[in-house]
Ligand binder design. Structure first.
Ligand SMILES: *Cc1c(COP(=O)(O)O)cnc(C)c1O
Length: 384
């Protein structure tokens, strides 16, 4: 690490006008206080209220899907999304080994088994070529179902994840899904506002999941949403995320074992205000990419990760890729020591204790990339 890196950290701190720049902070400069205050003044802070409906409608309009169902967090959204498409206990679900643990946990909640596939260097998300090669090696189609010949289990779905807001190759994945009877469920937790070939991520899956956790591009405090074009599935999602209560003026009739996954009205109020700011956030995130591009250019052994072909990315987290001349932990130590918070990528899921024994494909790209990815401060700010 040398003077050039020192110049890098100095310029980042100057840009943010901070001595220690955090990785990502929420930005509240819209109508957040107004809407939340309205909830408190009217008493509508909890399980029902006008902001929930409004947030769902605004979100459906923004993402270009027919329906959005707001839930308590992104993990719950994934859980319900997988349940809606019919993932059953003892079935398998393909997903990248490089994702947040929630993707695998949601599969486990249904008694199903994650099946890990490699990522592409171009997108940092699920690699369609490697997926198909793996299917050809271990799969067999019987009675319109894909069976894992090694485990005997049905492989029901594929859950791609749009890493740091960069869209995976969705069209290629759609073709594979058609061909091998797999259902596409997008983990779009990180990619609200990202477009693939002019259509938003989260609108390609039969059902998709978004997160509004505090560190995401927009936040509801904690929250998530299920997206789908299928009205019947959306109605069912609403029903089972709100305890499966049969509407009645006073009777407590619940027609199945269900979940209390609803998003409180006060969180939805925050969401309505944040959603109004999304175009601005995306613009600022993309301007930040241009800023970093200039800053990174003089540094040796490192490149800024740019949006893949076909992706118009929200650039949720800015990403550095280092080469073999640098040691990741040295870079992390230097940046954090010099006031620029930075972080490695998640431990690949096949290395985590609960998921060590899950079926997996060749994961050589992840094994190689794992020690090369660094996220740097990404809070959207006004330029200049
Ligand atoms: C944030 C995130 C989730 C889960 O969202 P929560 O709201 O924290 O439950 C799921 N998948 C990915 C890839 C995420 O980044």
């Amino acid at each position: 690490m040398n003077k050039k890196w020192l110049a890098f950290t100095d310029q980042v701190k100057a840009h943010y006008q901070m001595d220690f720049v955090p990785l990502h902070e929420p930005t509240f400069n819209g109508k957040e206080l107004e809407y939340v205050t309205d909830c408190i003044q009217t008493g509508w802070v909890s399980s029902v209220g006008a902001y929930v409906n409004r947030f769902e409608e605004d979100l459906a309009r923004f993402t270009g899907v027919r329906r959005a169902v707001a839930v308590v967090n992104g993990t719950a959204a994934l859980h319900i999304a997988l349940k809606l498409v019919g993932v059953q206990a003892h079935e398998e679900v393909f997903m990248p080994a490089l994702t947040f643990v929630a993707t695998a946990n949601a599969v486990s909640y249904l008694g199903a088994v994650p099946h890990f596939v490699d990522v592409s260097e171009k997108t940092l998300g699920l690699d369609p070529q490697k997926l198909e090669a793996h299917i050809l090696a271990i799969g067999e189609v019987k009675n319109n179902q894909l069976i894992n010949k090694k485990t005997g289990r049905v492989i029901r779905a594929v859950v791609p994840m749009h890493t740091f807001g960069h869209a995976v190759e969705l069209e290629e994945l759609q073709v594979i899904c058609e061909k091998y009877h797999l259902i596409l469920v997008e983990d779009a937790a990180e990619s609200l506002g990202t477009y693939y070939k002019g259509k938003q991520t989260g609108s390609f899956g039969k059902v998709s999941a978004i997160s509004f956790n505090g560190n995401k591009i927009m936040t509801t405090g904690g929250g998530g949403a299920i997206l789908t074009d299928d009205e019947a599935l959306a109605d069912y999602a609403k029903h089972i995320t709100t305890t499966a209560k049969v509407p009645h003026r006073w009777e407590f009739e619940h027609d199945e074992v269900a979940f209390n996954y609803r998003l409180p009205n006060i969180n939805a109020a925050l969401g309505c205000a944040q959603l109004e700011k999304m175009p601005e956030f995306i613009e600022q995130k993309r301007a930040l990419t241009a800023f970093y591009e200039e800053l990174v250019a003089p540094l040796e052994g490192v490149t800024l990760f740019k949006e893949p072909t076909n992706s118009f990315s929200n650039y949720w987290l800015q990403t550095l890729i280092i080469d073999d001349t640098l040691v990741r932990d040295d870079v992390l130590a230097f940046l954090n020591d010099h006031g620029v918070m930075s972080r490695p990528i998640w431990t690949p899921l096949h290395k985590l204790k609960p998921y060590r024994d899950c079926p997996r494909a060749d994961l050589s790209t992840i094994e190689r990339l794992n020690k090369k990815i660094i996220n740097i401060p990404s809070t959207p700010i006004k330029e200049g």
